[in-house]
Design a protein around this ligand. Structure first.
Ligand code: 5GP
Length: 122
């Protein structure tokens, strides 16, 4: 696992150095709108801890952080009307490393919805 780079843009957002449009903030998690949305609804969910990729987070975060993160995802999809009770669904993806075309080296989940997102291609 590469070392965490504390100068990455999401670390700067977490430190309040760069503004964001917050959707939800909890003890361990921050969610905000993507600056260049790829769908009518495009939210990024990040842990506040310093994790580079999903596998880094899953392996090293505390259970409290992991539960908080996933509960935040559920809360956001419900609040934004994307969940299957009130809406028409969503896609949640994470890009990791070079092959995943990860741009920002702080683990984040993309929540995409508001229209049919099309087939998953790789
Ligand atoms: P990745 O390719 O790393 O999975 O995705 C990074 C995402 O972060 C991209 O969708 C990009 O638009 C978004 N992004 C990059 N810089 C900023 C920023 O300063 N603010 C916000 N809200 N999103 C950003």
């Amino acid at each position: 696992m590469p070392a965490y780079d504390p100068t990455n843009i999401f670390a700067r957002i977490l430190r309040g150095e760069i503004p964001n449009k917050t959707v939800l903030e909890t003890e361990h998690t921050l969610a905000f709108y993507d600056i260049a949305p790829k769908a009518p609804v495009h939210v990024l969910v990040i842990p506040k801890g310093a994790y580079v990729t999903y596998d880094d987070f899953a392996a090293h975060a505390s259970e409290a952080e992991i539960v908080d993160f996933h509960r935040a995802v559920a809360h956001i999809t419900r609040e934004l009307g994307l969940d299957m009770e009130t809406g028409q669904g969503f896609r949640a993806i994470t890009n990791a490393g070079e092959h995943g075309l990860q741009e920002v080296p702080h683990f984040h989940l993309h929540i995409l919805g508001g229209h049919p997102v099309g087939p998953l291609v790789a």
